[in-house]
Design a protein around this ligand. Structure first.
Ligand SMILES: Cc1cc2nc3c(=O)[nH]c(=O)nc-3n(C[C@H](O)[C@H](O)[C@H](O)COP(=O)(O)O)c2cc1C
Length: 195
């Protein structure tokens, strides 16, 4: 593979926030998860725990639990995206994973000093693989922010998150409603090179 091909793929990846109801084919799901499994981890501990939720009943359960939490947040927040989520949650129309048919939860051990970067490496690999196989995807952080709220924690343990694990991110996955967008201009991110 040429370096340019990988760069083009990196630029093609965009956050998708509208999905078709069609479920992700099992072989594509496995390819995406495999890309996450192949991510590096500090000291090679390999402690990521991937849990793919595809059952509509479970997706709806976690959506409703999260909606209750978001509806009770302070609506005077200066964060416009959060303000919009609170507004939607108050009228029962908030879906933190945007109705994606598959949500891959990434948990890791709380006592792993690299739990955040290890999970992030896995999520980035999965986003790129999803893009490569034509699947819309979006990093979802709500389960990280609210994973210890009692009803959410209970749900997470029901789907297999272990007592010594916490959620560090999740990936919404599905077929995008809209055609692929061009890369967002990156005007931040500072680079210094010393030669
Ligand atoms: C660590 C991290 C957390 C994110 N959490 C969320 C999230 O909870 N919900 C969401 O809609 N997008 C989330 N995003 C997506 C970003 O908003 C998005 O990547 C950014 O706006 C750039 O747009 P692009 O992904 O289309 O290039 C997250 C991205 C990262 C890297």
């Amino acid at each position: 593979m040429e370096g340019k091909d990988l760069y083009d793929l990196i630029c093609m990846r965009r956050s998708c926030r509208a999905y078709l109801a069609k479920q992700v084919a099992p072989d594509l799901l496995l390819q995406v998860i495999e890309a996450g499994r192949m991510a590096p981890s500090g000291m090679n501990v390999q402690q990521c725990h991937f849990i793919a939720i595809r059952k509509q009943e479970l997706l709806e359960k976690i959506r409703a639990l999260m909606e209750q939490i978001v509806a009770n947040l302070d609506a005077t927040t200066a964060n416009p995206m959060l303000a919009q989520s609170i507004k939607l949650a108050k009228v029962g129309k908030h879906n933190f994973y945007y109705g994606a048919p598959t949500l891959i939860v990434v948990a890791n051990r709380r006592d792993n000093a690299n739990n955040v970067p290890d999970s992030a490496a896995a999520l980035q690999n999965m986003m790129l693989m999803a893009t490569a196989v034509g699947l819309g995807n979006c990093w979802i952080n709500n389960l990280r922010w609210n994973g210890d709220a009692p009803p959410i924690r209970q749900f997470l343990e029901e789907i297999g998150v272990k007592q010594d694990e916490a959620v560090y991110g999740a990936l919404a996955l599905g077929y995008a409603v809209d055609a692929p967008k061009t890369a967002l201009v990156r005007s931040g991110n500072v680079v210094d090179i010393w030669e």
